[in-house]
Design a protein around this ligand. Structure first.
Ligand code: PLP
Length: 447
């Protein structure tokens, strides 16, 4: 008997199929070859387990489907229906929409034609917005801390409260970062209570600074206390050391405007006399991923000259987006920054949109109801606080949630009590039509 494997076509014959020949122009000959081989290998396995041999056309279809799957956008735009505005898995703050040219006047002095200062425009905006003498920017806040410690505290001691030895987002652990930057950590106080006298006892000739770290992603309650920043600054001044604050979130305006508990802003922290404040660009600033350091000229200057700064410098598209974000905040057009646009949407608008979407879905035969929800800012900011919101509740659990994520424009929602909840707080109004189409398709069992 003829071996069933002999029923499979040779790779070169499969590749000669007109549709696979055409596919070469789009995907490249190497990728088409790999997809054809993969289809034949899969068929061989099926045959071995007793399944019938696929037709030549089936194999071509499989190869084409695999090619299409691989050619999908690596980072597709998604609709964020999770109700988490700064969503770590969706790129934190929504991206500012900025156009960048092919070439940019990045490091050129246009009037003179000579070499310009790459970070000049950003530093100008940062110093104006935060009312400080000096500033610089690197790839993210973790890098900002590494640069700060390497440039200012290598081989010296940095004093940190035991209540602030935090881990943020899995891989950012303060003690590890300190060690990597060559600074030695001096822990003071207890998890729940640290006093100014604890810091005072720890400061010695080897001390470079007192580092205060914002408890970004947790909240301590009960028998807790830590000294006010002004007390620490007074102590530091007396002993000739500096106070640095890893503020993390980049809170820069009164969050009370958005119905959230207000927290100290970067400006307020600088006003206490802290020499350096560092924070992320893509949390409450609402900009691109970046690590921003602001403070006094003497404190920041050594960072500008340190060789690590060149290794940690942000991409030009980041600088363009960051400048645009700062321009909007400087002009008090906060709502032009996508994160603040979302924060400012009145609850009544969300409810109206939820109603309209539910009505249209019901007309299309989809069971959908509206639900009042609570959204969170997220991203390790404003822990334990929520914002009012509205959403859609759809019949269907993880299966429907997965089909929603499988759409051409993926929709990411959450599953609660066997229903899919699509929270509208982080869905832009001009995305409603896309949301509607994706829900209708996903409920109908497509793709
Ligand atoms: C978020 C955060 C970081 C890490 O910032 P990245 O920009 O992700 O590197 C560090 N410290 C604090 C206090 C934070 O909140």
């Amino acid at each position: 008997m003829r071996s069933p494997l002999a029923q499979l076509p040779a790779i070169h014959r499969l590749l000669a199929h007109p549709r696979l020949v055409t596919a070469r122009a789009r995907h490249g000959a190497g990728q088409v070859l790999a997809a054809a081989r993969q289809a034949v290998a899969a068929a061989r396995q099926q045959l071995a387990s007793g399944a019938p041999a696929p037709s030549h056309d089936d194999l071509v279809e499989q190869a084409l489907a695999a090619l299409e799957l691989r050619a999908r956008s690596a980072y597709p735009s998604v609709l964020n229906a999770t109700g988490v505005l700064i969503h770590t898995n969706l790129g934190r703050a929504p991206r500012p929409a900025v156009e960048t040219g092919r070439y940019l006047a990045l490091e050129i002095d246009l009037p003179g034609g000579g070499r310009g200062e790459r970070l000049g425009p950003i530093v100008d905006r940062l110093t104006r917005y935060f009312g400080c003498e000096a500033a610089t920017v690197v790839t993210n806040n973790a890098a900002a801390l590494v640069l700060l410690l390497a440039a200012r505290a290598a081989g010296r001691q940095v004093v940190v409260s035991r209540g602030e030895l935090v881990e943020i987002g899995g891989s950012f652990r303060l003690p590890d970062i300190m060690a990597a930057a060559g600074a030695s950590l001096v822990e003071v106080g207890c998890t729940n209570r640290t006093r100014t006298t604890d810091y005072a006892r720890a400061v010695g000739p080897e001390t470079a600074a007192l580092l205060v770290v914002h408890r970004s992603n947790f909240h301590m309650d009960g028998f807790v206390s830590s000294p006010g920043l002004d007390e620490l600054v007074a102590l530091a001044r007396e002993r000739g050391v500096e106070v640095w604050v890893d503020q993390g979130s980049g809170c820069h305006l009164d969050l009370g405007v958005y119905g959230l508990r207000r927290e100290p802003t970067v400006r307020e922290i600088l006003a206490t006399g802290a020499e350096i404040v560092l924070f992320s660009g893509d949390k409450l600033l609402g900009g691109p991923q970046a690590g921003i350091l602001v403070g006094s000229a003497t404190a920041i200057e050594p960072l500008r000259r340190h060789p690590l700064r060149r290794a940690l410098r942000p991409d030009k598209s980041v600088l363009v987006a960051l400048a645009a974000t700062l321009d909007a905040h400087l002009a008090e057009r906060h709502d032009d920054v996508p994160l603040y646009y979302l924060l400012a949407v009145p609850e009544a608008d969300l409810r109206r949109r939820a109603r309209r979407l539910a009505t249209r879905l019901r007309r299309a035969g989809v069971t959908a109801s509206i639900v009042a929800t609570r959204s969170v800012v997220g991203g390790g900011t404003t822990p334990d606080q929520t914002l009012p919101s509205w959403g859609l509740a759809l019949e269907g659990g993880q299966g429907l949630a997965r089909r929603l994520r499988d759409q051409d424009v993926p929709v990411v929602g959450r599953v609660e009590d066997g229903r899919v909840i699509l929270d509208l707080r982080a869905v832009f109004q001009d995305e409603d039509a896309l949301l509607l189409a994706a829900v209708a398709a996903a409920v109908a069992g497509e793709p």
